[in-house]
Design a protein around this ligand. Structure first.
Ligand code: CO8
Length: 268
């Protein structure tokens, strides 16, 4: 996957254990079309299967994470066409990736771009990040989880206000409302890497150094909080917790603590 030439994305391994996927349609502000999503899904599938990789960063350019679904691609499609083709249904393939995904957002994250960021497990924002669900302004509505994930992330009243007006909101608002973890201040970008991307890669590296069985089970357990009720979620969490006792990494991690040494995880 790292040697492959894609047309709409770039793939790299900036640090051991970390995959960096960069959306790369600069002329269209990374507008998301079917070809881009086909490539993104393929790359993520290969990365998920790559034992050397423990966590994934998705980013865009400084100016735009992604300015939405490609309006020019979809504007003339008929209802019958989008319905029978399940247009853009494959966008949510991303949510079945086991490895943690960190979105590093700089510039515009609008429409489907905002929804893509909301599908990530962790969202870090540059001060320039501008989020928005402007679909209402072009006569349509959110289609990639905006109504559901945004409402869960920021609450009903804000989700309504934001989606009904199509207004943009800032990185600071995204953090204050609980949608993003933090704003990564613009430092010196001497090496040409955006500070928010550098920070996301460092975070991914930290996660990739843990037991991958534990990391993936932990991600699964947190995600249940967004899919099931509390009692079912707690039951799933306890099952996954118990499951870790069947792994070598749990034995190693707890033995290392008791022996006052660093654990040597084998992802088994
Ligand atoms: N689709 C296609 N092309 C785009 C898009 C887009 N979403 N956004 C920008 N572009 C293109 C522009 O057309 C322009 O191309 P060209 O140079 O050929 O004219 C180029 O990118 C640069 O854009 P601008 O000249 O407009 O740049 P500005 O700095 O003036 O403005 C904005 C930047 C404010 C971001 C502006 O481009 C804009 O408003 N873009 C559209 C934003 C939008 O409405 N997004 C929502 C789209 S709808 C959607 O995402 C539905 C998701 C459904 C998901 C379903 C999943 C299952």
């Amino acid at each position: 996957v790292f040697n492959k030439q894609y047309e709409n994305i770039l793939t790299a391994r900036p640090e051991p254990g970390v995959a960096l996927v960069t959306l790369n349609r600069p002329k269209a502000l990374n507008a998301l079309n079917s070809a881009l999503f086909a490539e993104l899904n393929e790359a993520l599938r290969l990365i998920d299967a790559d034992k050397e990789i423990g966590a994934i960063v998705i980013t865009g350019s400084e100016r735009a994470f992604a300015a939405g679904a490609d309006i020019k691609e979809m504007k003339d499609k008929s209802f019958a066409e989008v319905y029978t083709d399940q247009f853009l249904a494959d966008w949510q393939d991303l949510t079945s990736i086991r490895k943690p995904i960190i979105a590093a957002v700089s510039g515009y994250a609008l429409g489907g771009g905002c929804e893509l960021a909301l599908m990530a497990d962790i969202l870090l924002a540059a001060p320039s990040a501008q989020f928005g669900q402007p679909e209402v302004n072009i006569g349509t509505i959110t289609g990639g989880g905006g109504s559901q994930r945004l409402a869960r992330a920021v609450g009903k009243s804000r989700a309504m206000e934001l989606t009904l007006t199509g207004r943009m909101w800032s990185a600071q608002d995204a953090v204050a409302w609980g949608m993003a973890s933090r704003v990564v201040e613009a430092g010196d970008a001497a090496d040409g890497v955006l500070p928010v991307v550098r920070e996301a890669v460092a975070l991914a590296r930290e996660i990739a150094a843990k037991s991958q069985v534990a990391v993936q089970a932990q991600k699964e357990a947190v995600n249940v909080a967004f899919e099931q009720g509390l009692s079912e979620g707690l039951r799933t969490e306890r099952r996954l917790f118990h499951m870790t006792f069947a792994t070598a990494d749990q034995k190693e991690g707890m033995a290392a603590f008791a022996e006052k040494r660093k654990p040597n995880f084998t992802n088994s």
